[in-house]
Write a protein that binds this ligand. Structure first.
Ligand code: PMV
Length: 310
C-alpha cells in the first residue's frame, strides 16, 4: 500500500475553457495559490479483482464510468500498465462544492501511482499526468504560487504547472473559505466550460484580458502588493462568472448567500479591511486577505462558518 497527499489550490487568475477536451488543454494560462489546510489523502493498493474499487470519503463509488476509473484507464494506457487498484481517498473538506476537491484528488492520485509503480516521474511529468484527471489538478502537484502554462503543442507536452514562489514568500497572505453550501454542485465544470466557450459573447475578450493579467499578477506577488493582487483576482473571477452567466444555457453558481458575502466583502473593504473575493465552479466564496485582517473578517456573523485556507 502507498499513501500520498496533495493540497487544493485556488486560482488567482482563472482557467475556464478547453482547447482540447480529451487532453484537458486550456485556452489560456492560469495562476494559483495552494490552500495548505485543504488536503486530499489517498491510499493505493493493488486489487486481485478484474476491476478498480474506488472509496471516496468512506463511501464506495460505483459505476465504471466514474472520473477516477477513467483517469486510471488513461494512466494504464499511457504507462502500459495492466494493474487494478483499490483507491481510498479522503478529503478534509466538502467534495465537489467548488472547493477544488478534484484538483487535490487527481494530484494525490497521480503522485500515489508514481510511487506505487516507482516511475520516478518529474514534477512536470506528474503535473501533465494530473491534468488528465482534471485541468486544475496540474496546479496541485506543487504548493505555493503556481503557474499553469497553457502550452501550444497539440499533444499537451508543454501544458503543465510550475511553481513560481514558495508559500513562505508571502506568509501574511491568507485565503478564507466562506462555505455557502457543502452539497455537490448541480452542473459540472466540464459541461459549463464547454457551454461558455461555445456560446458566451464575451468569452474571447475575457481570455485575452485574463492572459495579460498573469504578468501583472506575477509582479504583484513578487512585490507582495496586496491591493494589486486583490483587484486582479477579483476582477478576473467576476468577469469569468459573467461569461458563464451570459452563456446558453446560462450557468449561475451564485446563490443569494454568495451575493450577500460578495457585498459584505466589498463593504468591509470600504471600511479599510483588506479583503477581496474569488469564486470558482460553486457557490462558496474564497476571501483573499492578510493575516492581520482575519480577526476582523471572522467577526462578521455571515462569515463565522469559514475555514482558514493557508
Ligand atoms: O479543473 P476543473 O475542471 O475543476 O476546473 C476548475 C475551474 C475553476 O476552478 C473554476 C478555475 C480554476 O482555475 O481553478
Amino acid at each position: 500500500m502507498v499513501c500520498s497527499s496533495a493540497h487544493a489550490n485556488i486560482a488567482l487568475i482563472k482557467y475556464w475553457g478547453k482547447r482540447d477536451s480529451d487532453l484537458f488543454l486550456p485556452t489560456k494560462s492560469s495562476l494559483s495559490i495552494s490552500l495548505d489546510c485543504l488536503q486530499t489523502t489517498t491510499k493505493i493498493t493493488f486489487s486481485n479483482e478484474p476491476f478498480d474499487t474506488v472509496i471516496l470519503n468512506n463511501k464506495r463509488v460505483t459505476g465504471q464510468a466514474n472520473k477516477i476509473v477513467r483517469f486510471l484507464d488513461t494512466f494504464r494506457s499511457l504507462y502500459k500498465i495492466d494493474a487494478r487498484y483499490i483507491i481510498e481517498t479522503h478529503n478534509n473538506f466538502p467534495t465537489a462544492a467548488g472547493l477544488a476537491s478534484s484538483a487535490s484528488g487527481f494530484a494525490a492520485l497521480a503522485k500515489g501511482l508514481n510511487k506505487r509503480h516507482k516511475l520516478d516521474l518529474s514534477k512536470k511529468e506528474l503535473s501533465i499526468l494530473a491534468r488528465r484527471g482534471s485541468g486544475s489538478a496540474c496546479r496541485s502537484i506543487d504548493s505555493g504560487f503556481v503557474l499553469w502554462h497553457k502550452g501550444n503543442k497539440p499533444d499537451g507536452s508543454d501544458s503543465y504547472a510550475q511553481k513560481l514562489f514558495d508559500s513562505s514568500h508571502w506568509p501574511e497572505l491568507q485565503v478564507l473559505v466562506a462555505i455557502v453550501e457543502t452539497k455537490e454542485k448541480s452542473i459540472s465544470s466540464r459541461n459549463a466550460m464547454q457551454q461558455t466557450v461555445a456560446t458566451s459573447q464575451n468569452y474571447k475578450k475575457w481570455v485575452t484580458k485574463s492572459e495579460t493579467r498573469i504578468t501583472s499578477m506575477i509582479d504583484a506577488i513578487e512585490r507582495r502588493d496586496f491591493f494589486a493582487l486583490g483587484e486582479l483576482a477579483e476582477c478576473d473571477a467576476f468577469e469569468m462568472h459573467r461569461c458563464m452567466q451570459e452563456s446558453t444555457p446560462a450557468t449561475n453558481y451564485w446563490t443569494p448567500k454568495t451575493k450577500k458575502i460578495v457585498a459584505l466583502v466589498q463593504e468591509l473593504r470600504k471600511r479599510g479591511i483588506r479583503c477581496y473575493c474569488t469564486i470558482d465552479a460553486g457557490p462558496n466564496v474564497k476571501i483573499i486577505t492578510l493575516k492581520s485582517h482575519v480577526h476582523e473578517i471572522r467577526k462578521s456573523p455571515l462569515l463565522c462558518y469559514t475555514l482558514a485556507g493557508n
